[in-house]
Design a protein around this ligand. Sequence first.
Ligand code: UDP
Length: 244
Amino acid sequence: MAVPATDPPVPLRSGVLGVPVDVCADVFEAALALRDRGGGQIVTLNAEMTMAARANPELGRAIAAADLVIPDGAGVVWALGRQGHRVRRSPGIELARRLLEHGASHQWRLALVGGSPAVMERLVARLRAQIPGLELVLTAHGYQPVEAWSALEDRLLAARPDLVLVALGVPRQETWIHGLAGRRGGLWMGVGGSFDVWAGVKKRAPAWMGALRIEWLYRLVQEPRRWRRMLALPAFAWAVLRDR
Ligand code: UDP
């Protein structure tokens, strides 16, 4: 079968190293269409997460069952390009922000879960100041004691949110959202370190580093403890080059 050279209007499920990823013209439109179909899980896939999914079956299952998997990361875009898919990189932090702003102007019920207690406090204050009309039906930091999670889930589901952004880190945010399948409606999206950036605690790499595809280097300098996790990046490149 011929592989389309440009982004199709509706998401086309492709894959990188056996991990699914959707190729679509506009991830924002795809997310809105998903919400119109009743909602679902959005995953933002990068190289590190692809390798994690190959090593962690629970994460692999969560991604395979996700309703929209967007290419967030130069490595995934490069790997798709080798298969003939010319896609734009779609940073999850940008999609999440657009959905928040769209939700605020469309009376969506919004929920935020994750980040440290201090980050969540600053985040809520900042978002309320920056985005008029934001209806936050539930906010909860991500360091609740284990026994508190079940009641939090019940409150969250009872609040019937249209959009839930979840910053618990990979793989926990993906597997937690997946574990609520069948009980949840609306859009649910893992957003990694986005809350830290929006709260002003961490910075995104400058655009020129993104253009040079060395955002990982910026992240490594900001968070040197990530070096071990980042060994996944050369492993990813090597696996893609060997993959037929
Ligand atoms: N986090 C959390 N609870 C935890 C572990 C992490 O809320 O038990 C938050 C953490 O504060 C940060 C986010 O999850 O805001 C993870 O960010 P990171 O940049 O590590 O994301 P990843 O690279 O794993 O997607």
